[in-house]
Design a binder for this molecule. Structure first.
Ligand code: FAD
Length: 289
C-alpha cells in the first residue's frame, strides 16, 4: 500500500503578471508569494506585503506593485464542512474553511448540503478571505451572517476571534488592512437544498443587467442614496471608452475590459466620470498601489 504524502509544497516566489489574478484582467508584474502553511506565511510577511484574494475588487497598476503579493494556497485553500459537534448547538458549525477558497464553489457545496446563511452572497466572485475582510454581500445576505470563528494572521502572530470581537458592519469587517484572514469556521442553519437554491435564484435575478465581461464590479459608491449608475447614465456616459476599457452599455456603474485594457485606461475613465459629474465620487474598488 502506498502511504499518502503529507508533504507541504514549497514556498513559491515568482514574478508574475497580476492581470491573470484579477477579474478585470489588468495588472503588471509583481513578486508573488504563494504560501501553503503558517510557517511560509510568516516568512512572506517579513517584508512589506499585500494579500491577494480573488482579485475581484482590484485595479492593479500596469507597473505592478513594489510589495510582495501573498496568495493563500495549501492548507489555506482547503474546505472542511464536517459538523464540529463540540461547537454546534442548533446551529451547524463547520471545521476550518481556508481564506483562499473560492466563494462560488463553497456556496455550491453548501447548497447541496442544504446549509443556509451564506446563500445571499451568491454571484460574488471572491475568495472567502477577501469576502470576509470586507463583509461582502447583497441585500439577500452578507458574509458575517455565516461566521462562527475567524483565524487572523498579523506580523505579530495568529489570533482566533469571534465576530463579536470585531467592529464589523456594512461592507466592513473591522479587520485592519494587512491582517490576513487565513481560515474561518462557518455557522450555518440546517435547511434544505431547495430552500437555499430559492434564495440563490432571487439573488441571481437581482444581478440581471450586470455585464458578463471582465470587470472589478461596481466602480463608485452610491452618493447620498442616489444610484451612481443612474448619475453616470443620465450624463450620457454609457459606452464612454478609453483604450480598451469602457463604461458598460448594460450598467453605467461598471467599467469593462474589452480585451487588453490597461489600468491607466480605467483610471482615465474614473477621472472623466468625476469631472463630468463634478462630484467627488468614492470608489468601490481598490487601486493598487
Ligand atoms: C462581477 C462582480 C460582482 C460583484 N458583486 C459584489 C456584490 O454583490 N457585493 C459585494 O460586496 N461585492 C461585490 N463585488 C466586489 C468583490 O467581489 C468583493 O469586494 C470581494 O469581497 C473581494 O474579494 P476578493 O477575494 O476578490 O478580494 P481582492 O479583490 O483580491 O482584494 C480586495 C481587498 O481584500 C483584501 N484581502 C483579500 N484576501 C484577503 C484575506 N484573506 N485576508 C485579508 N484581506 C484580504 C485585499 O488585500 C484587498 O485589500 C463584485 C465584483 C465583481 C467583479
Amino acid at each position: 500500500m502506498t502511504a499518502l504524502s503529507t508533504e507541504v509544497p514549497a514556498l513559491k516566489v515568482e514574478r508574475l503578471r497580476l492581470a491573470r489574478f484579477t477579474t478585470l484582467g489588468v495588472g503588471g508584474t509583481s513578486e508573488v508569494w504563494t504560501v501553503h502553511n503558517h510557517a511560509q506565511l510568516a516568512e512572506a510577511m517579513r517584508a512589506p506585503y499585500r494579500v491577494l484574494g480573488g482579485g475581484s475588487n482590484l485595479v492593479v497598476a500596469d507597473e505592478g506593485v513594489p510589495e510582495r503579493v501573498i496568495r493563500l494556497s495549501g492548507e489555506f485553500a482547503q474546505t472542511d464542512l464536517t459538523r464540529d459537534h463540540a461547537l454546534s448547538g442548533e446551529e451547524y458549525v463547520t471545521g476550518w474553511v481556508g481564506g483562499g477558497v473560492p466563494l462560488p464553489g463553497l456556496l455550491r457545496k453548501l447548497q447541496k448540503l442544504g446549509l443556509s446563511n451564506l446563500e445571499g452572497t451568491v454571484g460574488i466572485p471572491a475568495q472567502v478571505g477577501g469576502a470576509v475582510w470586507m463583509n461582502a454581500g447583497t441585500r439577500f445576505g452578507e458574509m458575517f451572517d455565516g461566521l462562527h470563528t475567524l483565524e487572523i494572521v498579523t506580523p505579530q502572530g495568529v489570533r482566533v476571534v469571534s465576530p463579536a470581537e470585531l467592529q464589523w458592519g456594512y461592507r466592513q469587517s473591522g479587520i485592519p488592512r494587512g491582517h490576513i484572514v487565513t481560515r474561518v469556521r462557518l455557522k450555518l442553519a440546517p435547511s434544505t437544498p431547495q430552500a437555499v437554491q430559492d434564495v440563490m435564484d432571487q439573488a441571481d435575478m437581482a444581478r440581471k443587467g450586470q455585464p458578463k465581461m471582465r470587470t472589478p464590479g461596481c466602480a463608485f459608491k452610491n452618493p447620498g442614496g442616489i444610484g451612481a449608475g443612474k448619475l453616470i447614465d443620465d450624463a450620457g456616459l454609457k459606452g464612454y471608452r478609453v483604450g480598451n476599457a469602457m463604461i458598460s452599455h448594460e450598467h453605467a456603474n461598471f467599467i469593462v475590459n474589452l480585451g487588453g485594457a490597461r489600468a491607466e485606461d480605467v483610471q482615465a475613465i474614473l477621472d472623466h466620470v468625476r469631472r463630468t459629474l463634478n462630484t467627488p465620487l468614492e470608489l468601490e474598488y481598490e487601486l493598487w498601489p
